[in-house]
Write a protein that binds this ligand. Sequence first.
Ligand code: HEC
Length: 189
Amino acid sequence: MKRIIWGTAITAAAITIVAFRAIGANDPAAETAARVQRGHYLVASIGCEDCHTPKKMGRNGPEPDLSRMLSGHPEGTTLPPPPTASGPWAATATWDLTAWSGPWGVSYAMNITPDQNTGIGIWTEEMFLSALKTGRHMGVSRPILPPMPWQAFRNLTDEDLRAIYSYLRTVTPVHNRVPDPIFAPEATN
Ligand code: HEC
């Protein structure tokens, strides 16, 4: 008799849990999908691709090369030394906006696809949030160089930063090793 009562109680509890999930209350899959969608919206509207996606030449000029979306400055690109800054002209960018030179040195847009070896595949959500909020590489080490606008992005809510991270985990991983930045002599702190 006791066994039957317990069995009934457990079954009832299980049915309640299933019912809750079915009506979407606290449904982790739906929550993740919503977060990824929000992240996609933020990345698309903030313009991360301007710098982080390599370009190809289209009929109307450079356009994002979606086969390499968000994979950063293409490895193996040979660049001449940047032009010398003159007067109020302080910074220069390559035609595809993935390499930049300025008073800080030379910086290359990072690979922010989830590739394990060359992208942010091994980054935890915590590292990502910390990098964008503190301006430290991987959240802990050297300063993140311009023109990466982390000073603006740190104003995003943690929820939005998490959404961006979640979306970035879903894009196609691209193997592309971006070169290390070159620090200007006076900017090595
Ligand atoms: C104006 C150009 C530009 C835009 C726009 C931009 N980035 Fe960047 N980003 C860079 C450059 C350049 C670097 C490399 C900086 C360095 O090496 O210190 C970088 C580096 C990063 C890094 C690595 C930080 C680290 O810890 O080293 C992440 C993550 C990142 N960007 C994410 C984003 C996201 C997400 C967006 C959009 C919300 C975005 N970026 C928009 C230029 C840009």
